[in-house]
Design a protein around this ligand. Structure first.
Ligand code: SF4
Ligand code: SF4
Length: 197
């Protein structure tokens, strides 16, 4: 099924719920934009088309678990890029800006280590100084220091979560801190029926 968005990219976003419904009938979608046809997101495209093609990938993935895997990965990539490109946490010598602004005795590397006990989260890999799991709730988390500067991420700030998760699934995405991807996806699957509008 071809969707012509040449005149207005926003038309696509207005039609997402309808496209989601049609996708249950095994239809595959192709985008037509400025006389070109696009059907996958594997090549580099202009930014907005790239986002639309990722949504198309989700719509064209019919197996439920695979679909949630793609939604999850695109949401994580989006949040990673937001934090990296905006340099929100501004690490210097393995310490984030929020901790650099605390009294010395409370300073740790990041929010993956407790300020009082200095204990790292069990999933923090100290050799690469990064999280070893892909936890969407942790990726959505913003500390007080950043949130006072107006930096906030909600489930609905991430387009892939906004359009493809039910309310229950969104709640799971927001509160499942310190949980690996497969645990969160299995919870989403449990509440799959609630995501059909
Ligand atoms: S979210 Fe805040 S506490 Fe966590 S790493 Fe970023 S600046 Fe540091
Ligand atoms: S699970 Fe969360 S707190 Fe633990 S290392 Fe990963 S991002 Fe940090």
């Amino acid at each position: 099924m071809k969707i012509d968005i040449t005149s207005d990219l926003n038309i696509f976003y207005k039609k997402i719920r309808l496209l989601k419904f049609i996708s249950h009938f095994k239809r595959n979608f192709i985008i037509k934009y400025k006389s070109k046809e696009y059907k996958d997101s594997f090549k580099r495209h202009p930014d907005k088309i790239d986002e639309i093609l990722k949504i198309l990938d989700i719509l064209n993935t019919k197996k439920r678990k695979e679909r949630y895997n793609i939604i999850y990965d695109y949401a994580c990539d989006y949040l990673d890029n937001e934090f990296i490109n905006n340099n929100w946490c501004n690490f210097k010598n393995n310490m984030c800006i929020s901790n650099r602004n605390k009294p010395k005795k409370y300073q740790v590397g990041s929010c993956c280590t407790r300020n009082y006990t200095k204990m790292d989260c069990e999933y923090f890999d100290n050799t690469i100084k990064r999280c070893s799991i892909k936890c969407i709730s942790c990726k959505l988390f913003v500390c007080n220091y950043l949130s006072k500067k107006g930096i906030k991420y909600r489930v609905n700030s991430v387009i892939y979560l906004k359009y493809f998760l039910s309310l229950r699934q969104k709640l799971i995405a927001s509160v499942s801190f310190f949980k690996p991807k497969d645990v969160i996806i299995n919870k989403w699957l449990k509440f799959y029926k609630l995501s059909i509008k």
